[in-house]
Design a protein around this ligand. Structure first.
Ligand SMILES: Nc1ncnc2c1ncn2[C@@H]1O[C@H](COP(=O)(O)OP(=O)(O)OP(=O)(O)O)[C@@H](O)[C@H]1O
Length: 303
């Protein structure tokens, strides 16, 4: 179990994180979200032991995680970190990078493990390619596979699919998160992308104003977004009568007191997101069809 107890940290006297407390069980997948600059990467760095804590303690089971003041070399055998900088070896191949830290005393095991991980990150065809010739997204996949090679107990992922194109993102995400669950590897993932969270994360920790704003399941937070920050993570929303209402919860009806004037339509594939004036406020709702500009639409909140 990971235990983060009353952690505080500042960069040059500027507070980044204050009084952070949470635990993560073995095999759990926890997403860390928050606005840019809210301290997601800093939190992962602290858990990895990159920096010395200003206050608090971090434990992985019985091991206390300590910063560079106490450790000559940053990092622990049981923990891997895939940061935004991939830190690969450019002049050797993809498979050599993945197998770099696997023992040569067990060549068959090493081969099997490398083959398995090449499949997880969908890089089998590029196994013999030198890393320096790869694209950003391909390098990110090598970094993921290399972090998994020696089967860590816990993995920290910072925006793990940010460089991957949309064609491969969906299946890669499924492969990686399924692999982590199957192997009971604890995962902390810092992300801006709700697709990394919905369907995969057991819990979401939301950072705001240097603190944990909420720590709950994605289902609970989606159904009951307490603040606009949380709602905005899940999609377009409105505030109507002091209540958060997602765009998909505003339905077009024949008659109602909510009369909105259409300003713009945004094509979203299976629907249009319609922007409209409701009194003096802007609202967004979903519509199967494109709506004529300036048309008056009757809306109803359906939660
Ligand atoms: N090495 C550093 N020295 C000084 N300040 C830093 C350093 N790294 C980060 N910061 C500051 O700490 C704050 C938190 O940064 P951090 O990178 O943890 O945020 P984040 O939530 O991961 O952001 P993003 O979503 O944009 O990646 C920011 O204000 C950032 O400018």
């Amino acid at each position: 179990m990971l235990q983060v107890k009353n952690l505080s940290f500042s960069f040059k006297k500027t507070p980044v994180l204050i009084g952070i407390d949470f635990t993560v069980k073995q095999g759990e997948n926890v997403a860390i979200i928050g606005e840019s600059g809210s301290g997601k990467s800093t939190l992962l760095n602290l858990i990895y032991g990159e920096f010395d804590l200003e206050q608090g303690e971090i434990f992985w089971n019985d091991h206390q995680i300590l910063g560079p003041k106490y450790n000559l070399v940053v990092g622990y055998e049981f923990m891997k970190y895939v940061s935004q900088e991939f830190d690969l070896m450019p002049f050797i191949t993809v498979e050599e990078n993945i197998g770099k830290h696997l023992s040569n005393f067990f060549p068959e095991e090493k081969k099997a493990r490398t083959t398995e991980l090449l499949e997880v990150v969908e890089l089998t065809e590029l196994a013999k390619t030198k890393v320096k010739t790869l694209s950003g997204g391909q390098k990110q996949r090598v970094a993921l596979a290399r972090a998994l090679a020696k089967q860590p107990e816990i993995i920290l992922l910072d925006e793990p699919f940010s460089h991957i194109d949309n064609f491969q993102k969906q299946s890669l995400r499924r492969n990686v998160f399924k692999y982590l669950k199957d192997k009971n590897i604890t995962c902390l993932v810092a992300t801006h992308d709700k697709e990394d969270v919905l369907g995969y994360a057991d819990r979401m920790i939301v950072l705001n104003n240097h603190k944990i704003a909420v720590n709950n399941s994605p289902e609970q937070l989606f159904l009951n977004p307490e603040t606009p920050l949380i709602a905005s993570f899940f999609g377009e929303f409105n505030i109507i009568d002091n209540t958060i209402v997602y765009a998909h919860q505003l339905k077009i009806v024949e008659q109602s007191n909510l009369k909105a004037t259409v300003i713009e339509n945004y094509f979203k594939g299976s629907y249009y997101l319609v922007e409209a004036y409701l009194n003096d406020d802007i609202v967004f709702f979903e519509s199967k069809h494109k709506q004529a500009l300036n048309k008056i639409i009757n809306l109803e909140v359906c939660k």
